[in-house]
Ligand binder design. Sequence first.
Ligand SMILES: [Zn+2]
Length: 490
Amino acid sequence: MKKSVTGLAVLFSLLITVIVVRTFLYTDSETSQDGIPGVDVSLDETSVVSRLSQAIQFPTISHGGKAFDAEAFAAFNHFLRESFPRVYSQLKVQQINDYSLLMEWQGKDEKLQPILLMSHMDVVPVIPGTEDSWTWPPFEGKVADGYIWGRGTVDDKSGVLGILEATEKLLAEGYQPERSVFLAFGHDEEIGGQKGAVTIASLLQKRGLFFEYVLDEGGVVTKGVVPGIEGLVAVIGPGEKGYLSLKLTAKGGGGHSSQPPSETAIGRLAKALSRLEEDPFPINLQYTADFIQQLGPDVPFVQRMLFANRWLFEPFADGLVPDVPALMAGMRTTTAPTMLSGSVKDNVLPLNPSAVVNFRILPGETVETVTERVREVIDDDSITLENYGFGSNPSRVSPTDSFGYQQLERSIHEVIADPSLRIAPRIVIAATDARHFDALTDSSYRFMGVTLGPKELKGIHGTDERVSVESYLQAVKIYYQLIRNSTGQS
Ligand SMILES: [Zn+2]
C-alpha cells in the first residue's frame, strides 16, 4: 500500500515537472526584433491624412437588400484616379463589374511569383438610430483630436488608401519591383464579395496566376486588447473562420391562445435553442496555441501552462479557459441566436415560429459538419433546419514560416520600433475577401498596420469609427516597407 502511494507521488511530481518545464519552454525565441533596424519612411503627412479624410466623405455603403448607390462608388473611383495619378498611369488598371479595381504593377523578373495586396472600398451602414451618438458625422471625414473620424476609417479605407499611398510613393521614387505587385479593391466585401473579390479571383485563376502571398484586412496592431499584456501585439491572421446561419423552424403550431396545447411550437423552438446554448461546440486550443507561444513570457503563467500542455488540459479546457467571449471566439465554433419570429398577434399561436442562429466555424469543421451537429444536439424532428443567407467554410490556415509572413514581420518591426511589440498569428473571427483566394496562393495573411485599442475596435461596424493619425501613417509605412521588402532584389 505504502509503496504504491510513494510510486504515485513520484509520478505526480514528475508530471508537475513536465508541465512546468514545458510551460517555461513554451516561447518562441525569435519574438524580439533583434537584428531588424528601424527604418524611417518619410511621408507628406498632411496630404496623406487629407486624402483619407476625403475618402471617408464618399458614402460607399453596402446596404445588402437596399438599392446600390452607384453614384457614390463612381465618385469614389473618380477620386482615386485623381488622387493617385502615377498609379493610374503606370499600372495596368482594370475596372471589374464597374466599380471594383484590379491593378497590376509589372515586375522585372517574370520568374518570380507576384504578390497581391487587397482591401475593400465599401463600408457598412451607420446603425439606424445611432446617427446622433457619433462625435463627428460619420461621412464628414473630420480630423480632430489626433484622429480621423468616420465610417470606413478603419474598415477598410485605411487599407485602400494606405496601399495606394505606398504604391504612389514608390512610383514617385522611380522604384521598380523585381516581382509583380497586384492590387485588388472590391466594392461589395460587406455583402459577400461576389461582384468584387470573387470575380477578381476567378479572373486571376483563368490567367493561371499563383501568388507568393496574398494580404488582406483582418488583423491589426492591438494595444491593451490581449488580456494580461500591456504592450503592442501585432496580430496577423493566417486564416479565418467560416460562416453559417441556420434557420430553425418549429412546424405544426397555430391555433387560438385560449386553448393552447401542452407543448407549443414556441416551446419546442425555445428548447432547441437552449439545448444549443447548453451544449456548445468543443474547445480546440490548436489555433490559439501559436499565438500564445509567440507572446511567450508576456502571457501569465497559468495561461501559458494550459497551452504548453494542451495534450493534458484540452479535454478540460471548458472549465479552465476564462469564459471571455473574445477569447472563446478563437477556440471554438461559436453559436449565436440572432433573429426570432413568432406570431404577429398576442392571442394567436404562431404557425411556424422560427429562429436564426449564426455560427462562426473554426478550421477543421465545415458547414456540413456544423449543420449535422446542430441537428443532433437539437434532437427534435419537428424542427426543420435550412441555410439562411450565404455560408462559407473556414479558410485554409497558412504557414507562419513562409516568405510572406517573414516579410510582414520584418516590415512591422522596421516601422514600429517599440521594444514591447510582439507579432503573433491568430485566426480571424470575421469573414474577409481573402477567403476567395485560397486556390491562388499557399500563403494568405490578414493584417493592416494601424494600432487600435479597445475603443477603436468597438468603432468598427459600430459608432465613432476612427483611426489615429499616427497609426494611419504607420499603416502606410508598413505597406511601403512590405512592398519594398517583398519585391526588392534578394
Ligand atoms: Zn472589412
